[in-house]
Ligand binder design. Sequence first.
Ligand code: SAM
Length: 225
Amino acid sequence: MSVLSSKEFPRFYGRRIGRKLSKSGILALKAGSKYILQYDKFSEDFLNFNKKKVLEIGFGDGKNLINSAKQNPETLYLGADPFLNTTIKCIKQILENNINNIKIWPDDIRKILDLFPSKSISEVKLLFPDPWPKLKHQNRRLIQINFINSIYKILKTNGTVTVGTDHKILKSWILEKFQANKKFEWLVEISKDWQNRPEDCFLTKYEEKAVNEKRIPSWFVFKKK
Ligand SMILES: C[S@@+](CC[C@H](N)C(=O)[O-])C[C@H]1O[C@@H](n2cnc3c(N)ncnc32)[C@H](O)[C@@H]1O
């Protein structure tokens, strides 16, 4: 698995591996290797495809990624997530469903953001990012000013970033950070715009968990001006 050492990246605080990988998981990783993006072959593996490109950051077990790819076979999806146990679950489903329009970066998205040419991505999805609720951990949150600036660069004009969260503190944080960047416009007219999951997103494990535990998700869509 590609881990870069030559350059400094923000530290990743989440988990890479939880439970020991099962034999079937390791086999799935091998069988699905053609879906895994190689850092040195970023153009060949992803950029050179002349298709609309959507980036999902932190896809978890892949519910949204898989359903989106099935619904839009002409779009190329890149999913990034460093947590291998759920990445394996996602790869198993890609194999089972014989999906050909997904690529997986099984690592921290921040390690490859510099590889994207400017204006190369149509949409970015960030569904239920880790909230890091404690004040002393707020620098661990993925959504930071620099991160938003990097996303801005790679998005096409009028491209969108969709963020879903059920976490109270993170809701304000997301709005504050995106609104600090005047080159993004928050697409909101009526309360339903942030209360309802956008039509192009699917129910994920974390949304389901939130709803079961009586936490209400909010949805934010920001457009690059
Ligand atoms: C709370 S889970 C949500 C998973 C999924 N989106 C869902 O809604 O069920 C957050 C996910 O973001 C991933 N993640 C955290 N930091 C990341 C980063 N820097 N790059 C890519 N993924 C990241 C975690 O590994 C985890 O799988």
